[in-house]
Design a protein around this ligand. Structure first.
Ligand SMILES: [Zn+2]
Length: 463
């Protein structure tokens, strides 16, 4: 169905339940856009196909909230191997609450707003405005976005937003936490794996306007669906150019929206169903532009014990982690990692060693520069930054791949540590040149200095 098929007397209609906007990938690797009804009916055969992890998390979270709502309203339990027909029928019967365009009440939008902004405001990854550091740059108001992508952009509003400008606050979570979701083989599995309704579900935003003050207890559905901004999407304009997000040519594109502050939503009592807590705090992604430390921005290892505690991880789980780093009003970057938990068992000792891996690496990095500290202070400092930012992220991604075997207890710490040899050997060659016996000895010291296993009880100091 094309957007023009639903044009009614010059008014563009687009319904979240009936129109095919959900991007799904099937077992045979074909992709298609489906309506929610079709997606739920085929939930066993397909999964969400968004390349940007923000959309995967946002769209899944919306679907899960919708399923909680159907479960509450129909009193039909989740069971068997498919979404209950009663839920699908209920959703279809309530389709009028999910009108995304048109003249009546709109899904997750508010009429009467006046602050005009480009439609691209909803899509973080588009290089635009004063975000200059891209070869391909898009001008605000001149890049069109299709309605399908505007839907997923709107669904990001409860999860991924920034604060900083006067009155423009972040959402209910404050600056976004690192989200962790059990990611199943297909949409149905993923819904089942994350099915944890709370006693007090409340009402989602499409039923009841958000009415909670920052100190009040917020029911699950209200908290999961409250957007960080008030939004009204201006109608699409006939345009045969491609959407600047997905590249499809639906025949009409959105260029503008109205976008305003939604007041203070950040709530210290709210516990997001997908957040990871560490020492009673929500974990957040680091701003790598501030620390200049690419090597430590993705906290997969350090988070491991907290993920195990917060999520009650079981053998065979596959956990999708998504971090959205922000600096007040600036989006810095988005990253994703998948932790594959072995099917058989989880080696508890490995969790502690992996969670302290960053300390081991830090210690190695310091030792690496010891012979040069006095003689080549400036050169060593610059090289250290460059080497660490270039080579350590490469090593960390390899460790992520080895993590499954390590969690199964099949790998030694030495195998993990050897991944860092490329880094230390390159450092040795770059930092110490020459053939005197002192230089050769210094070079060898650096080249063979690999991370040593340390546990929580070790001091972590240089040796
Ligand atoms: Zn698009």
């Amino acid at each position: 169905m094309n957007i023009h098929d639903v044009t009614n007397g010059g008014i563009v209609n687009y319904n979240i339940i009936r129109n095919p906007w959900l991007f799904m990938v099937f077992k045979d690797s074909t992709t298609r856009r489906l309506s929610i009804i079709e997606a739920l009916e085929k939930a066993k055969q397909a999964h969400l196909a968004y390349s940007n992890p923000m959309d995967r998390v946002a769209v899944f979270r919306f679907l899960l909230a919708a399923m909680y709502w159907c479960w509450k309203e129909t009193a039909v339990p989740i069971q068997g191997d498919r979404i209950p027909k009663e839920w699908v029928d209920y959703l279809e019967g309530k389709a009028d609450l999910f009108e995304f365009l048109g003249e009546g009440k709109r899904f997750m939008q508010r009429s009467g707003l006046s602050r005009l902004r480009p439609a691209s405001e909803l899509i973080h990854e588009i290089p635009k405005g004063n975000n200059f550091w891209h070869f391909y740059h898009i001008r605000d108001y001149t890049a069109g976005i299709c309605t399908h992508c505007m839907v997923s952009g709107t669904l990001r509003l409860p999860l991924f937003f920034v604060s900083g400008r006067p009155n423009l606050k972040s959402g209910i979570n404050g600056s976004p936490p690192i989200y962790a979701i059990r990611w199943g083989k297909n949409l149905w599995d993923t819904i089942c794996l994350n099915w944890q309704p709370r006693e007090d579900l409340g009402e989602p935003i499409w039923v009841e306007p958000y009415r909670y003050k920052p100190e009040e207890k917020v029911p699950l559905l209200s908290g999961m669906t409250v957007p960080a901004r008030l939004l009204y999407i201006d109608d699409p304009i006939l345009d045969d150019r491609p959407c600047c997000v997905c590249g499809e040519r639906p025949g009409s594109l959105h260029y503008t929206c109205k976008f305003e502050a939604a007041g203070t939503l950040e709530n210290p009592n709210w516990r997001d169903p997908f957040e990871i807590r560490s020492a009673e705090k929500t974990t957040k992604a680091s701003d790598i532009t501030g620390t200049k430390k690419l090597k430590y921005d993705v906290k997969t290892h350090r988070l491991l014990p907290h993920i195990m505690d917060s999520m009650n991880v079981k053998p065979g789980d596959r956990i999708l982690l998504v971090g959205f780093a922000v600096d007040k009003a600036k989006y810095v970057d988005i990253w994703e990692r998948v932790i594959r938990v072995p099917k058989e068992k989880i080696a508890e000792d490995s969790i502690e060693l992996l969670s302290n891996l960053h300390k081991s690496i830090k210690q190695t990095a310091s030792n690496t520069y010891l012979p040069n500290r006095k003689a080549r202070k400036d050169r060593a400092k610059k090289l250290k930054e460059s080497l660490q930012n270039d080579l350590l992220p490469d090593a960390e991604s390899k460790v992520d791949k080895l993590m499954k075997e390590y969690l199964a207890g099949e790998l030694t710490f030495d195998a993990i540590a050897s991944v860092y040899s490329k880094y230390t050997r390159t450092a040795a060659r770059m930092l110490v040149t020459g053939i005197s016996s002192k230089q050769i000895s210094d070079r060898n010291l650096i080249a063979y200095s690999l991370p040593k296993a340390i546990t929580e009880n070790d001091s972590g100091k240089k040796q």
